[in-house]
Design a protein around this ligand. Sequence first.
Ligand SMILES: *[C@@H]1O[C@H](CO)[C@@H](O)[C@H](O)[C@H]1NC(C)=O
Ligand SMILES: *[C@@H]1O[C@H](CO)[C@@H](O)[C@H](O)[C@H]1NC(C)=O
Ligand SMILES: *[C@@H]1O[C@H](CO)[C@@H](O)[C@H](O)[C@H]1NC(C)=O
Ligand SMILES: *[C@@H]1O[C@H](CO)[C@@H](O)[C@H](O)[C@H]1NC(C)=O
Ligand SMILES: *[C@@H]1O[C@H](CO)[C@@H](O)[C@H](O)[C@H]1NC(C)=O
Ligand SMILES: *[C@@H]1O[C@H](CO)[C@@H](O)[C@H](O)[C@H]1NC(C)=O
Ligand SMILES: *[C@@H]1O[C@H](CO)[C@@H](O)[C@H](O)[C@H]1NC(C)=O
Ligand SMILES: *[C@@H]1O[C@H](CO)[C@@H](O)[C@H](O)[C@H]1NC(C)=O
Ligand SMILES: *[C@@H]1O[C@H](CO)[C@@H](O)[C@H](O)[C@H]1NC(C)=O
Ligand SMILES: *[C@@H]1O[C@H](CO)[C@@H](O)[C@H](O)[C@H]1NC(C)=O
Ligand SMILES: *[C@@H]1O[C@H](CO)[C@@H](O)[C@H](O)[C@H]1NC(C)=O
Ligand SMILES: *[C@@H]1O[C@H](CO)[C@@H](O)[C@H](O)[C@H]1NC(C)=O
Length: 377
Amino acid sequence: MLVNILFNLLLFIVIVNSIKIPFINNTILKPTFSSNSIIIQNHTCKQCLCMLNSSYIALNCFPNNTCQFFYTFPNTYQIQTIPTARLYFPKQIYPNASQCCMPDTQSLLNKLNTAIPTYASVPSPRCLILDNHGYLVTVSQTNNSLVRFYSTNLTIVSQPPSPNFPDSPLNLAFYNDAYYVGFEYFILVIDSNNFTLLHNITTSSLSGTRDMIFLNNGQMMVVASTDNAFLLFFNRSNIVSTNYTFVYQQSVSYTNPHGLWYINDTSFYVTSWGNNAIYSYSAKKNSTLWTEKLLLNAGPIAPSPYGSHLTIDGCKRYWFSLGTYDVLIFDSYGLFLGNITQTNYTVFHAIIANNYVVYLSDNQFNRIIRIDPNIQC
Ligand SMILES: *[C@@H]1O[C@H](CO)[C@@H](O)[C@H](O)[C@H]1NC(C)=O
Ligand SMILES: *[C@@H]1O[C@H](CO)[C@@H](O)[C@H](O)[C@H]1NC(C)=O
Ligand SMILES: *[C@@H]1O[C@H](CO)[C@@H](O)[C@H](O)[C@H]1NC(C)=O
Ligand SMILES: *[C@@H]1O[C@H](CO)[C@@H](O)[C@H](O)[C@H]1NC(C)=O
Ligand SMILES: *[C@@H]1O[C@H](CO)[C@@H](O)[C@H](O)[C@H]1NC(C)=O
Ligand SMILES: *[C@@H]1O[C@H](CO)[C@@H](O)[C@H](O)[C@H]1NC(C)=O
Ligand SMILES: *[C@@H]1O[C@H](CO)[C@@H](O)[C@H](O)[C@H]1NC(C)=O
Ligand SMILES: *[C@@H]1O[C@H](CO)[C@@H](O)[C@H](O)[C@H]1NC(C)=O
Ligand SMILES: *[C@@H]1O[C@H](CO)[C@@H](O)[C@H](O)[C@H]1NC(C)=O
Ligand SMILES: *[C@@H]1O[C@H](CO)[C@@H](O)[C@H](O)[C@H]1NC(C)=O
Ligand SMILES: *[C@@H]1O[C@H](CO)[C@@H](O)[C@H](O)[C@H]1NC(C)=O
Ligand SMILES: *[C@@H]1O[C@H](CO)[C@@H](O)[C@H](O)[C@H]1NC(C)=O
């Protein structure tokens, strides 16, 4: 890691009380999960440097007179650019490469498959998202509603009451404080703070709205149109808007494109509900032609449908929600690693929150499931 840091950033030395302290300008160490550190406010960086002693291995100086002293390096972190911030290494010791949380899949699955789940009843729940309030949100396909839960205990958030939709919601995405609810032929954009209906997005080739993702900081929305096997691309009218207009489409080579997963602005993945496979798409910047490739075929292990959604975790494991096969987990080369087996779920969507709290929607048995493996990352 030291080598990486030195290659990417310039390391300098400051002398405090005749001790040489290496530092990096415009940079902080950002733990991904909890960390063994303390935060001190209302102190300038100079004052914080004077407080350094042998207890501390690293110091972040934020631009707002806030300092973070690390006793040990977090296992999982990012090196983040913040103008005028500084990162110090008082002991001239540098962190190892950032690790993912729970790289040992079997140990993680043992914990998930033996933890006691929490359940909540919802008639035919579909997609799951965690929103800006920290709520777990789904749509009920049979109640035509949006359902929000406190994510820690799956108690329903009842106020304000959910809008009653004129039709069955089929998909749910979240971006910039708005819920994007997909129906057969249109997408409703709803303010996540007060349920105000912001937009009704549609186009003639939208047939069976499934997943939506956002590229280029929300400038482009990609929508899976499952019935006619198209990917549809919409452009945002202006930077503050949630109004998207159709710009182009691309047909896919398989049936029922369904779940989408964002990789970066020039790459994303699509699951096939019909084939139980995952396809990758990549394009040159600003190109409207996406190159499709088969990435992973779960068919040999899960021969019957339905490959509904993909979630990729920090260890680059692929959590593929496959209906009656529950969730099958693959590595990034497509090798099958294991599955979630606690009970007879029929998983429509699985998402992963901090410390590997897993949320599952069980469309057939009308429930949401929360599994907390009690891990501290
Ligand atoms: C920081 O200092 C200001 C002014 O000296 C004071 O009003 C404020 O309460 C302090 N904040 C904290 C968190 O100590
Ligand atoms: C370092 O300073 C902190 C308070 O600033 C103090 O609690 C700690 O005991 C000191 N450690 C050593 C080894 O002096
Ligand atoms: C100072 O900035 C850091 C990093 O942006 C932020 O986490 C923290 O809340 C800020 N502190 C105050 C008192 O504004
Ligand atoms: C780091 O940034 C400070 C301003 O925040 C600047 O005065 C100093 O020259 C920079 N140091 C290096 C080594 O670039
Ligand atoms: C669930 O969690 C929320 C938020 O933490 C809390 O307000 C609520 O009282 C909890 N409900 C139950 C039944 O524990
Ligand atoms: C809904 O909340 C947004 C802020 O999130 C606000 O701008 C808007 O005016 C609110 N609309 C209504 C009808 O209260
Ligand atoms: C959204 O637009 C579609 C197509 O124009 C229309 O059929 C549908 O009723 C509209 N939905 C709502 C809730 O306005
Ligand atoms: C959304 O954008 C389209 C095209 O720019 C425009 O025709 C339409 O009126 C806009 N809708 C709203 C509600 O602003
Ligand atoms: C985007 O992701 C793809 C697939 O992982 C990768 O090949 C490509 O280099 C990435 N592009 C950028 C700009 O990071
Ligand atoms: C790509 O699109 C962006 C936004 O539409 C535009 O600002 C940029 O100039 C385009 N780049 C190229 C190489 O066409
Ligand atoms: C899921 O795991 C269980 C228990 O380890 C195993 O019996 C089952 O065959 C696995 N499912 C698949 C599709 O491999
Ligand atoms: C799971 O399987 C048991 C026994 O096979 C069955 O009684 C039950 O209805 C199934 N579904 C759920 C949600 O437990």
